[in-house]
Design a protein. Structure first.
Ligand SMILES: Cc1ncc(COP(=O)(O)O)c(C=O)c1O
Length: 380
């Protein structure tokens, strides 16, 4: 039987095993060690630019723990409200609940599929009117690698002095006006789980702008141990540090990062070219030159009248041909878990969800496999 074409598989660059072997040979098979510090400095070097200013990276065991620690460092606590993009993966909203706060959802704008800055301002004013206080933080997500219109979001956030935690889990290497996503907000978050642009098998990172904040994140990530010659704790901490073995994979992956981004962008260009004249199918692309997606995922919107198929029908057709695809993230305000959360809605992400589809986008896909996928999508 033909091998199934997967949505987004990890791809090793070749050097990962060398770093893992080094960890074994030197017996650094633990949650700290040279791979962790080197992976952090590799990421710092990759992300830092004149525009970003000073950066400090803390390697963690998942993107979810990075989001959690980011909110903790922003002082989010019981009874607070945090504004989240509704169109995101559940982790961006779940972490709000971990701290006893509650999420308030904001719809996307059609051009980037990400948080609508005008609606964000409307939501902030309305929350102030209804609850008497400002939201404690804003979490925009660079979904599928497409940058949020972060300049517009930061303008609103600055006006109300609310800090921004950027969920760049899917967006390593994406840029907005020449600056890397994840480096704009008070904190940024990446995920290195197995389906991301680069992987550490499981892992994440918190991007900080000062050494003090990075040290505080590290303190919480390693059980909040006091400076004492014995184990003493004045606060509750977490076991969130990345292991030295996972970081070895990460160090190896850094050598492949640019190649992976280049290939995912080429895959997006391939789909765009081949589906350009396909009636009723629109490939999501950079809205203008300010936005440079890494195209972690190539996504399409399907007009059921013009294409004579729904997104679900295309998904089923691909599935029958042993090709994976995925419906877009179901918006958070439509999730049973968040049914009581406030939503500032213009029906944008609801429409995206009902018509969109993610196509296989992994960097290992060959042009022959892409042609196979396209042939299943194009009308007979
Ligand atoms: C947008 C978004 N946020 C957060 C996460 C959480 O990352 P992790 O799976 O590493 O916890 C993911 C990854 O799945 C994601 O796609």
């Amino acid at each position: 039987m033909k091998e199934r074409i997967r949505l987004s598989l990890a791809q090793m660059g070749g050097k990962e095993l060398d770093f893992i072997k080094e960890a074994f040979d030197t017996n650094w098979v633990t949650s700290l060690g040279p791979n962790v510090t080197c992976f952090e400095s590799d990421l710092e070097e990759y992300l830092t630019s004149e525009k970003s200013g000073e950066l400090h990276v803390v390697a963690l065991n998942s993107g979810t723990s990075a989001l959690h620690l980011g909110l903790l460092l922003l002082g989010v606590g019981v009874g607070d409200e945090v504004i989240c993009q509704s169109f995101t993966f559940c982790a961006s909203a779940n972490v709000v609940g971990y701290l006893g706060a509650r999420p308030v959802f904001v719809d996307s704008e059609a051009k980037s599929w990400n948080m609508d800055p005008d609606l964000l301002e409307e939501a902030i004013r309305d929350r102030l009117k209804k609850s008497g206080k400002l939201p404690k933080a804003i979490i925009p997500t660079h979904l599928y690698g497409m940058p949020v219109d972060i300049q517009a979001i930061l303008e609103v956030a600055t006006r109300y002095e609310i800090p921004v935690l950027e969920d760049a889990a899917e967006a390593i290497g994406s840029e907005y006006m020449g600056q890397k996503c994840g480096t704009f907000g008070r904190f940024g978050v990446f995920s290195f789980n197995g389906n991301k642009m680069i992987t550490t098998s499981a892992g994440g990172a918190l991007i900080c702008h000062s050494k003090e904040e990075a040290e505080k994140a590290l303190y919480y990530a390693t059980q909040a141990r006091d400076k004492a010659p014995y184990y003493q704790h004045s606060q509750a901490g977490y076991n969130y540090r990345m292991s030295n073995i996972c970081a070895g994979i990460g160090r190896g992956q850094m050598y492949a990062l640019e190649k992976h981004i280049e290939r995912r962008r080429a895959i997006h260009a391939f789909y765009s070219e081949k589906l350009r004249e396909c009636p009723g199918i629109h490939v999501m692309s950079n809205p203008d030159d300010r936005f440079q997606s890494n195209f972690w995922m190539s996504c399409i919107l399907v007009d059921p009248i013009l294409s004579q198929h729904t997104n679900l029908q295309i998904r089923n057709k691909l599935d029958a041909a042993r090709i994976d695809s995925a419906l877009l993230w179901k918006p958070m305000h439509l999730q049973p878990l968040f049914r009581k959360a406030p939503m500032y809605d213009r029906q944008v992400c609801t429409d995206l969800f009902s018509t969109g589809l993610c196509l296989p986008s992994g960097s290992m896909l060959t042009d022959d496999l892409l042609t196979e996928i396209i042939n299943e999508i194009l009308p007979d």
